[in-house]
Design a protein around this ligand. Structure first.
Ligand SMILES: C[S@@+](CC[C@H](N)C(=O)[O-])C[C@H]1O[C@@H](n2cnc3c(N)ncnc32)[C@H](O)[C@@H]1O
Length: 289
């Protein structure tokens, strides 16, 4: 089932345009979720009579895909994104794994989302787990958490998670790469064609503390990723800080120079990223509505 397409008033046209061009490469080059984080999310759903997942900023469907692949017995998935191209990729990725699980693709801004139909899970219809993976910083956090409170079942959890990026990662090769991007695009971190990246005004913990989901636990999962230099170029094309269109006619020159830099830093042809995947798991105090 798909949310009706058409101009929805609360969509964010700049964010939609930003992610539209990245959708196809995103599916190929973006790392998935660490297994231990997926197990944590699956545990949240265990014991629920008919578990429903609401994934906000689903992108190519990494979160529902990981849960389905890990055998989480989901009854229904609501996958929300401002980008139709991302939803298309998510649909293609998820369909082979759905089995009896139903899927709704919701083309909507997360804070403006509302379920079109009654969700499974009588008597407590609604999501049991609401996830924002590498997406909360794009959203109006307070409004998203208010929406979450309106739709979530009693005892539901909200998971805000992510692992930084190759821009923020501190290793010799990522520092050198960042400096090269800055030589081409200027010192400020870009966030698409027209804007610079702005650090979130408040931490996610502050947003959660002021929300109905104020009972928060933090879970940290170290991840070691190995990149081939060409994969790093593919990844960069999916980012808001080094997307192809930011470089315009200099993109080819940038990629040639970046490839040479990455090959020079590689050890046995590969580059290592030691990342930490962080999950903030938040519930209403005492499981209250
Ligand atoms: C960095 S991607 C993360 C995708 C996926 N969750 C993952 O971890 O691979 C961020 C996604 O959030 C979507 N997005 C950005 N702003 C949004 C908003 N206000 N509401 C819903 N989705 C949004 C983008 O279109 C994009 O697909």
């Amino acid at each position: 089932m798909t949310y009706p397409y058409g101009p929805l008033p609360d969509l964010y046209p700049e964010q939609e345009a930003l992610f539209a061009s990245a959708a196809a490469t995103y599916a190929r080059y973006r790392p998935g979720l660490p297994d231990a984080a997926v197990r944590l999310l699956a545990d949240v759903l265990r014991g629920r009579p008919s578990p429903v997942l609401l994934d906000l900023g689903t992108g190519t469907g990494q979160v529902p895909l990981a849960l389905l692949s890990a055998g989480a017995a989901l009854t229904h998935i609501e996958a929300v994104d401002v980008s139709r191209q991302m939803l298309h990729q998510a649909s293609q990725a998820l369909h082979p794994f759905l089995g009896d699980c139903t899927l709704t693709l919701a083309h909507a801004a997360a804070d403006a989302y509302e379920p079109l139909a009654t969700l499974p899970g009588e008597p407590d219809s609604g999501p049991d787990l609401i996830t924002c993976c590498r997406s909360f910083h794009w959203m109006n956090g307070r409004a998203v958490l208010e929406m979450a409170d309106r739709v979530a079942t009693p005892g539901a959890a909200v998971a805000i998670m992510g692992d930084g990026s190759l821009w923020t990662h501190e290793a010799g090769w990522t520092r050198a790469l960042r400096e090269m991007i800055q030589q081409y695009l200027g010192s400020e971190r870009r966030a698409g064609a027209r804007s610079s990246y702005a650090e979130p005004r408040r931490s996610y913990e502050e947003d959660l503390a002021d929300s109905p989901f104020s009972d928060v636990t933090e879970h940290l999962f170290p991840v070691t990723r190995t990149w081939m230099p060409e994969e790093v170029l593919g990844y960069l094309r999916t980012t808001s800080f080094a997307a192809e269109k930011l470089f315009a006619e200099r993109h080819r020159a940038f990629e040639d120079e970046a490839l040479a830099l990455l090959r020079a830093h590689a050890v046995d042809g590969a580059l290592v990223e030691e990342a930490t995947f962080r999950v903030l798991l938040a519930r209403r105090p005492g499981g209250a509505r």
